[in-house]
Design a protein around this ligand. Structure first.
Ligand code: PMP
Length: 428
């Protein structure tokens, strides 16, 4: 181990330190960008002095109204007015913002109970339990679910919250190539032949947050049934957004939700709220309530948040909500088609509202975000460590809140920037 002058090992890994001090410093204006509006179809960016590296921003006093292609507001429910916001406001007036208690103590209201029953009905399973934070639903749910002796087969692109959950669970993990069911099957068969695992669990996402790809759910369900495995599915980006009825990737793939052992999802994307859920059989949910630290030892979901999610979930089940689901799909198809026609490299499933555009390098990522902002378009650039070092990308998120005219305006700006920055990698 490298030692510093005093003879101690350095606190930071030298490569990571180089990366954060020199690379991120040069692109700092693309990150931590404060906003002063709801993250709707448009948002307001607050301009700050670009030499501020930390979080105590000095604002220039200027603001920029932009079309928003960066927030995960897939169905447009993250808004400050309308039925969802009114339900949240009424709940805040009745219960306050916090219950000052965990669910198992004095932190359950009729709203929580109703939300859990509605979530189970929405997903088409027996029961559900909700948590105050989506990330913690995975990070603390997995250790509650998996005991020693379990083996997890994990997709290589799984989200940080899943990876952290598996580490906290202290289970054996074997990683299979992204969406490669045959590789997963090979690992499963090898593990079964070892004969020492009490259970084998496949952990995947519905829509992958950096790729926009969709899990091959039908094949995974067939595999787990054939070999006697379990399946844990994270639907953070797919619930509400995928499938003809917006019920997620099971709806999209035509798979029965009851064939997935553990359905996990968050309320931070399609529902415009916060928190997460674990859903499945009554037995599973009872077990999670008893075992998961996010239930017993963490603050309950805030009541206005529960009210917002309930209102959004009911709306998705109504004809008006279904129109939003259909509009999201139309917007996504149109956006993806034109992006391809420009010659930009984009990937992921045609229906996925997460649309990555590959720019490869950090410098191009920064230049693209900057130039799009100048043209009134708020976007998010992602790179290492969220992606491989040489696969930086712009991650566009489509929304049902966007009008066709707004999307066309965005596409015109993107086309100009693709030309300026040199992002036309494939032939038209
Ligand atoms: N799972 C996945 C696949 C995610 O992408 C995210 C975050 N975007 C989470 C879990 C964590 O959820 P939250 O942001 O709601 O805490």
């Amino acid at each position: 181990t490298e030692r510093n002058r005093e003879g101690y090992a350095p606190l930071y890994n030298p490569f990571e330190q180089f990366f954060s001090r020199y690379v991120y410093r040069r692109v700092r204006h693309c990150f931590n960008r404060p906003i002063s509006s709801t993250p709707g179809a448009e948002l307001t960016l607050k301009e700050r002095h670009t030499d501020d590296y930390n979080w105590s921003f000095r604002f220039t006093g200027k603001e920029k109204r932009c079309i928003n292609l960066g927030s995960y507001n897939y169905l447009g429910f993250a808004e400050a007015s309308g039925p969802c916001a009114e339900a949240a406001e009424a709940a805040a007036r009745r219960y306050g913002l916090a219950l000052a208690s965990s669910r198992g103590e004095l932190g359950s209201t009729p709203l929580h109970d109703e939300l859990e029953r509605t979530t189970a009905g929405f997903l088409g399973v027996e029961a559900a339990v909700v948590f105050g934070m989506g990330f913690a639903t995975n990070a603390l749910g997995l250790p509650g679910l998996l005991g020693s002796g379990s083996l997890v087969l994990s997709d290589e692109n799984n989200h940080a919250s899943l990876i952290l959950g598996l580490r906290l669970a202290r289970v054996a993990v074997r990683v299979f190539r992204h969406n490669d069911v045959r590789h997963c099957e090979r690992l499963a068969r090898a593990a079964l032949a070892e004969g020492r695992w009490t259970k084998i669990v496949i952990v995947v996402e519905g829509v992958y947050s950096m790729e926009g790809s969709v899990a091959p759910l039908a094949a995974l369900v067939a595999l787990k049934k054939r070999l006697g495995l379990y399946l844990y599915l994270d639907e953070a980006h797919s619930v509400g957004a995928m499938g003809p009825r917006g019920r997620g990737v099971t709806d999209h793939c035509g798979v029965s939700p009851r064939d997935v052992d553990v359905l996990m999802g968050t309320f931070t994307k399609s529902f415009g709220a916060a928190g997460g859920y674990i859903a499945g059989s009554e037995k599973l949910v009872d077990w999670v309530r008893a075992r998961c630290h996010a239930h017993g030892y963490a603050h309950a979901m805030s009541p206005p948040v529960a009210a917002q999610v309930l209102a959004a979930m009911r709306a998705i089940s109504s004809p008006v909500g279904l129109k939003r689901v259909a509009r999201l799909r139309d917007n996504t198809h149109h956006f993806r088609r034109r992006l391809r026609e420009m010659g930009a490299i984009t990937f992921g499933h045609e229906d996925s509202p997460v649309v990555p555009m590959l720019v490869y390098t950090f410098s191009k990522m920064a230049a693209t975000v900057e130039r799009l902002t100048e043209r009134g378009l708020a976007t998010v650039g992602v790179g290492y460590p969220a992606t491989p070092l040489n696969k930086a990308r712009i991650r566009f998120c489509l929304s049902a809140a966007h009008s066709r005219e707004q999307i066309d305006r965005c596409l015109d700006s993107i086309e100009a920037v693709v030309e300026e920055v040199g992002l036309r990698y494939s032939r038209r």
